[in-house]
Design a protein. Structure first.
Length: 218
């Protein structure tokens, strides 16, 4: 399945990540889209092997919008859509990633209850674990997980927060295998072009274990 087909039912995918293998090696992408003015007043700020999402409008700190989206903790790269990235990264010293992902809860932003998503990538191997905490209609919390010990060339795992119409999205966050473009540059362009131009905020990428680069910014 290509990225466009995977997001066909997600005209507003919210925030998302993509981990996979191109001819650059194992790569990671993270993007954000936004409907509200506050969500769109954000910028992607790389700090070496860390990626941060920050406010540009002087509206003050908002933990659901402003956070460290990626960082290296020991031998693991952690990518995600909130401050749980640092919590997972620090927790990896004592607990496996699967346990930490199962502790996640959706964001406290009713009525959507945005899923918290994260990927933990082993820098010493070709392995990754992607997971999300999703709230069901009955209020129960489920955890969607997918792990792999190998990324074939041209394959990746997509994880995005929302599905459904732009005006009324719902939590989705199901890790999904997708086809990747041959090069990182092509995949960045394809991913950006797939996102609604009226909702796009930014997109960043890195070769896993290396520096983050802000490829697109509104």
């Amino acid at each position: 399945m290509n990225l466009e087909d995977a997001l066909a039912n997600s005209p507003y995918p919210g925030r998302g990540l993509l981990i996979g293998r191109t001819d650059y090696g194992l790569v990671a992408l993270y993007w954000a889209t936004g409907r509200s003015e506050a969500s769109r007043r954000r910028q992607f700020v790389p700090r070496g092997t860390e990626l941060h999402i920050e406010d540009t409008g002087g509206g003050g700190d908002d933990p659901l919008r402003h956070y460290q989206a990626a960082g290296i903790f020991g031998t693991q790269l952690v990518v995600g859509n909130g401050r749980h990235v640092a919590e997972i990264g620090l927790g990896l010293a004592d607990q496996p990633g699967s346990t930490l992902l199962e502790l996640l809860e959706p964001e406290p932003d009713p009525p959507i209850f945005t899923p918290r998503i994260a990927a933990v990538v082993d820098l010493m191997a070709d392995a990754a674990l992607c997971g999300a905490a999703v709230r069901s209609i009955d209020g129960s919390i489920g955890h969607n997980m997918l792990s792999t010990d190998e990324f074939p060339l041209g394959a990746g795992i997509l994880l995005a927060t929302y599905q459904g119409p732009i005006a009324d999205p719902c939590g989705w966050a199901v890790p999904t295998w997708v086809e990747l473009a041959p090069s990182l540059d092509e995949q960045v362009a394809t991913t950006w072009d797939t996102l609604d131009s009226d909702l796009r905020v930014g997109l960043a990428s890195c070769v896993v274990g290396s520096l983050w680069n802000v490829d697109r910014q509104v």
